[in-house]
Design a protein around this ligand. Structure first.
Ligand SMILES: Cc1cc2nc3c(=O)[nH]c(=O)nc-3n(C[C@H](O)[C@H](O)[C@H](O)COP(=O)(O)O)c2cc1C
Length: 209
């Protein structure tokens, strides 16, 4: 049962849109679900990309199935899954209080919609709500290269206080696999939202140099 009456600083929204690296969104989700109430929105295109890139099929899955299939997670936490077309979902309203909203990864189409305030799906609406309510919002835009349109959209949002965190990997932690790359990127996303995690060793912690 969702508690709709109290301000909930333990409640987050994560939207996974149809950019390459949908698996990164699930890596972030797997950390967030540990001890948080998380509301998940996956776009139609993200379902397809997840199937293509990671071999995971979760279209129409229940929260329990998402945890098992996409996250391999059975621990504590509370997951709610919403259809991207469901503009009546609680997270479509500013009166449903959340601590933060993340769009990871964020397609250029979703970025453009958010920058324009064009909230024709639940992802766009949840982001629009975060901006209008002055709540933390992070976007992880993924494209290569970025056009001037993409960059202008990002700049517009950054000036409104939106965290623009493109999934640009670092190599100083010497990743050996895509999983290790995802761990680093997911950790940086969580850092930017002030969510504790244990996904990578911090620079200076081991005295490497
Ligand atoms: C395999 C695949 C990879 C894609 N990767 C990207 C990407 O990295 N960035 C992007 O902006 N769009 C990408 N697209 C295009 C988006 O999926 C498309 O613009 C879609 O309308 C996004 O809708 P959504 O934001 O509602 O998920 C990709 C499409 C496919 C099929």
């Amino acid at each position: 049962m969702i508690d709709i009456m109290t301000r909930n600083m333990n409640r987050y929204v994560i939207c996974i849109t149809g950019a390459s690296g949908a698996g990164l969104g699930f890596r972030v989700l797997k950390e967030m679900i540990k001890g948080h109430e998380v509301h998940l929105v996956v776009s139609t295109q993200a379902f397809d990309i997840l199937r293509h890139e990671s071999g995971i099929e979760i279209s129409g899955a229940t929260p329990e199935e998402v945890c098992q299939k996409a996250l391999g997670y059975t621990g504590p936490g509370e997951l709610h899954c919403w259809d991207n077309r469901d503009l009546s979902a609680p997270i479509a309203s500013g009166s449903f209080e959340v601590a933060g909203t993340l769009v990871v990864p964020c397609s250029m189409k979703s970025l453009a919609g958010i920058a324009a305030g064009y909230a024709d799906n639940l992802t766009g609406r949840a982001a629009d709500v975060a901006i209008k309510e002055g709540r933390p919002l992070l976007l992880a835009p993924r494209e290569m290269p970025f056009s001037a349109i993409h960059l202008e959209n990002m700049l517009k949002l950054a000036r409104l206080g939106v965290v623009i965190a493109p999934p640009v990997p670092a190599l100083y932690h010497q990743p050996k696999s895509i999983d290790e790359l995802y761990d680093f990127l997911a950790g940086k996303v969580l850092d930017a939202m002030g969510i504790k995690h244990d996904l990578f060793t911090r620079w200076g912690a081991t005295g490497t140099f």
